[in-house]
Design a protein around this ligand. Structure first.
Ligand SMILES: [Zn+2]
Length: 477
């Protein structure tokens, strides 16, 4: 009997030892993040104060690179021909674990770290999506892992991706096109949020394009018959889209931003411009709508007797969710427990909630249970989707603002520049670092994550949806 049980007993002992070794490494890596807390807070606050928007994040990228360099990472710049895109790498060989870091701000959201709307620079940009925390936390996690590779406790390569322009243009597309993710085994990602949970929803795919109409200027009263009105075409185009809305699937979203439509009332406008965005649950659905709207643009130009030009900016895929990876992250969140807040922080949160007319319930600190991945997609979109089409991605959302806070608003900027944001940043760094310990030490886990990814992709031939040529770093739109 004993001899028959022996292999099982040996296996159990071996597994126990592995789990114990792993939890020791996890405790160490968390301590490695904690040790950087002051420096990370300083780095995040600097990026918060630079408030640089898409493709203009020169100082923010520099600050992250300087931190990585000081910690011994090898830097590769200008990834995908984007001056602010870079990677910071440490170690060698397999596995290669990647971690994403965004750092762009949003126009018009400048804000002080106070719980009421108070711009820091009138009309300036602000970190209304918390990307100052995003890039910093990911680099902090990468640095903690790097220390363990350096100490010989982990084997392989850690690579931080500095990914610009998530808020406009979607910089990751050109990084993917350049093959920057081709040799990676698994990628970690997180995002600031009003909740703490594992990200298991797909979000929406989208396409962005600009239509320009060109006509002939004339005096609006004395010789309007000599004019060909570009704004007429724009109005017809928008009307066409709005009639078409009735006949698209319920999952489709169409938004537009009229960027130019005449300058003065007594001139027939010879130029107009409109940015259009189409979203749906997946790229395939987006293509159907995109095709029909191209016909609407052509028809509108014909009716107004003007010329038109349609320029594709970029298109992003929905996120491929990796449930195997998500479960590992969930276990780590549960092992960590929720973020705790001081009474001062809760008071700050309640003041924000009062200012945005939401129940004054303070900050949610519980860890949400692992959700089902919904088959009907909803929510926003992210260029992480395109990364998830070339490599499995594990995604976290961590609390950096109170519940009810409108996202992309002054309230998120305020929290991202003070301790509520800092705590979410540290929490994310620790959770991702712990999950990377699982990824580095468990080859079987990596294999099952990859197997799920392969099954999801099937025979789909992924291609980033970007126009040929360089990225729109100097875009006129
Ligand atoms: Zn964001």
């Amino acid at each position: 009997m004993i001899t028959r049980l022996l292999p099982t007993l040996l296996l159990l002992t071996f597994l126990c030892t592995c789990v114990r070794a792993q939890s020791k490494l996890k405790a160490e890596v968390r301590a490695g993040v904690a040790a950087q807390y002051e420096q990370l807070t300083d780095l995040s606050d600097r990026i918060w104060s630079y408030e640089e928007i898409a493709f203009q994040e020169a100082q923010s990228a520099e600050a992250l690179k300087a931190y990585a360099r000081a910690n011994g990472f090898r830097i590769e710049e200008n990834i995908g021909e984007i001056p602010t895109a870079f990677t910071a790498e440490f170690g060698s060989g397999k596995p290669v674990i990647g971690i994403l870091g965004e750092f762009d701000a949003l126009p018009g959201l400048s804000q002080e770290t106070v719980p009421r709307k108070q711009p820091r620079n009138e009309g300036g940009a602000g970190h209304g999506c918390g990307h100052n925390l995003f890039g910093t936390a990911s680099l902090g996690a990468a640095t903690a892992i790097k220390e363990m590779i350096e100490a010989g406790k982990l084997k392989g390569t850690i690579r931080f991706y500095g990914t610009p322009a998530e808020e406009k243009y979607f910089g990751k597309l050109w990084m993917v096109r350049a093959g920057a993710f081709d040799d990676v085994d698994v990628v970690m990602d997180w995002h600031p949020s009003a909740q703490t949970k594992v990200g298991v929803q797909t979000g929406l795919a989208l396409v962005d394009f600009v239509v320009e109409f060109r006509g002939q200027a004339a005096h609006a009263a004395s010789d309007p018959w000599n004019g060909r009105d570009a704004s007429d075409a724009l109005e017809l185009y928008a009307a066409g889209i709005n009639y078409y809305r009735e006949h698209v699937k319920p999952s489709v979203r169409i938004h537009y931003d009229i960027q130019q439509a005449g300058e003065v009332v007594n001139v027939v406008p010879d130029y107009s411009r409109i940015w259009t965005r189409v979203r749906d649950g997946n790229n395939e659905g987006v293509q159907v709508v995109y095709k029909q709207i191209q016909r609407i643009a052509e028809g509108a130009a014909m009716m107004a007797n003007v010329d038109y030009e349609l320029t594709l900016i970029s298109g992003i895929h929905e996120v491929l969710v990796n449930r195997t990876g998500a479960e590992v992250l969930q276990r780590n969140l549960e092992a960590m427990g929720p973020i705790s807040y001081t009474e001062e922080e809760q008071a700050f949160a309640r003041q924000i909630q009062a200012a945005v007319n939401k129940p004054e319930i303070g900050i949610e600190s519980k860890i949400e249970p692992l959700e089902e991945t919904l088959s009907v997609a909803a929510g926003g979109s992210t260029d992480v989707g395109d990364v998830s089409y070339v490599v499995p991605v594990i995604r976290l959302r961590a609390t950096t603002a109170p519940s009810g806070t409108p996202w992309h608003s002054w309230a998120v900027v305020a929290c991202g520049g003070m301790s509520i944001g800092h705590k979410g940043m540290r929490y994310s760094a620790e959770a991702m670092a712990m999950t990377m310990i699982d990824l580095f030490t468990d080859a079987k886990l990596r294999e099952s994550i990859k197997a799920e990814f392969k099954e999801d992709i099937g025979d789909y031939e992924y291609k980033p949806m970007v126009p040929a040529g360089p990225p729109p770093v100097d875009s006129k739109f």
